[in-house]
Design a protein around this ligand. Structure first.
Ligand code: CTP
Length: 401
């Protein structure tokens, strides 16, 4: 069993008044599912969009709306705001309206939620949502910037269709991304990759035999995608070069889709110029058919032999100097020795070793167990955990390079 970082954590969810308030139900449900204890504080405007009863039922806790609770509410002492604020390991304000953002940025404490925030010691994620006209207003952007400077973790809104029917920036991110951000903040990573440009490769490559058949491998791409997501949430500017994969990635990540080892090589070489660091998580084919048959091979042809040739090794061919290069190694025997050889032969700063002998890790799983080996020979064993957590461990070693 792997442990969820959110398990056992005490979280205050602040809900403010905009149409995205209905998504607070899903946030609460997911936090509770992951083992967190959740107390919800709502503004009066939020109550116009969603009932406290709904959130009380989902969170299994009373909802905080009034600054001055009546006797029946059971908050008791008149220092409830201090007690509840100090109880929390994390504050998540989602959705956060321009109004509440302005209040927090200027230290107002004029309702139960902002009063709680003013007494907070725990880290805070603010996830703004508004129509694009409001979101992109100069004063809102300035307030958001101010909060960033004060160490608040801003989970930027996404571009998409808005309640007004307009397309633009202002959508509350998907629940999964809010959970990922919560994991990042609770692990204390915050924005340690700010200003870094990171190139990640992921997924398998497909080497075509004819227009319908190909040689592929069982890589899902998940490990590389999780690295890309974690790096973005830690502040990096991320480009992801992906072979065929059904994984999804955040819209802020510049994703380039490729199919073959050759296409991946060309993209890696072009993109690396613009990036500080390469994490090569892709399972690149070592062989491809020598010839591509342009028309579908028919059964009657009694086709029984595919001649293969080696693909180029992308890592070994990298010419760009002064960049940190991280590779992966998938081994079934003599794992450590083989991985160490690859550090030398591919001229890497670090390699992440995946053993095919470890249960619940590798291609088909959401979890992984790896060993991180650096060029100086030092190594770190990462026990079985979610691929997102493994991604964060890998990034934490990379930042030390
Ligand atoms: N790799 C690469 N180009 C290739 C094959 C692999 O750049 N044509 C990279 C992978 O992305 C990974 C590392 O090299 O980061 C090691 O890949 P792996 O499959 O473990 O090793 P190979 O070099 O293919 O050697 P072998 O299959 O013999 O273990």
């Amino acid at each position: 069993m792997t442990s969820d970082i959110l398990s056992g954590k005490k979280i205050i969810l602040g809900v403010t008044g905009c149409i995205a308030a209905y998504k607070a139900c899903y946030i609460v449900r997911e936090l509770v599912k992951r083992g967190a204890e959740v107390k919800v504080a709502m503004t009066q405007s939020a109550v116009e969009f969603i009932t406290p009863l709904t959130l009380a039922t989902l969170s299994k806790n009373d909802i905080i709306v009034n600054t001055f609770p009546n006797q029946k509410e059971g908050r008791g002492l008149n220092t409830w705001h201090i007690d509840v604020a100090l109880w929390a390991d994390l504050f998540i304000i989602a959705p956060a309206t321009v109004n509440t953002i302005a209040k927090i940025a200027h230290g107002f404490a004029d309702n139960a939620l902002t009063t709680l925030i003013s007494a907070r010691r725990a880290p805070m994620i603010v996830s703004p949502a508004a129509d694009a006209c409001m979101y992109e207003s100069g004063i809102n952007l300035e307030n958001i910037l101010k909060l960033k400077k004060l160490g608040v973790y801003i989970l930027d809104a996404e571009i998409g269709e808005l309640a007004s029917g307009l397309e633009g920036m202002g959508r509350l991110p998907e629940i999964e991304k809010i959970m990922d951000a919560a994991e990042i903040v609770l692990s204390g990573h915050l924005r340690d990759f700010e200003g870094k440009k990171i190139l990640v490769s992921a997924g398998p490559t497909f080497e075509d035999i004819d227009p319908v058949r190909f040689i592929g491998n069982r890589s899902s791409g998940k490990m590389g995608y999780e690295i890309a997501k974690a790096a973005y949430l830690r502040g990096a500017d991320v480009t992801l070069i992906s072979g065929p994969s059904s994984e999804n990635v955040y819209q802020e990540i510049n994703k380039i889709s490729v199919r073959s080892a050759d296409e991946m090589k060309n993209e890696v070489n072009t993109q690396l110029e613009k990036n500080d660091l390469l994490i090569m998580a892709a399972a690149v084919a070592d062989y491809r058919p020598k010839q591509f048959v342009k028309q579908k091979i028919k059964k009657e042809e009694n086709f029984n032999k595919i001649e293969l040739e080696k693909t180029d090794d992308i890592l070994s061919g990298i010419k760009t100097k002064g960049k940190n290069i991280v590779g992966f190694a998938l081994e079934s025997n003599d794992e450590l020795a083989n991985a160490k050889k690859k550090i030398e032969s591919k001229n890497l700063d670090m390699i992440v070793l995946n053993s095919l002998n470890d249960a619940s890790s590798g291609f088909e799983f959401d979890t992984n167990k790896v060993t991180i080996i650096k060029r100086d020979g030092s190594q770190k064993n990462i026990p079985l955990m979610s691929k997102f957590q493994v991604a964060n461990q890998i990034l934490s070693e990379i930042i030390k390079l």
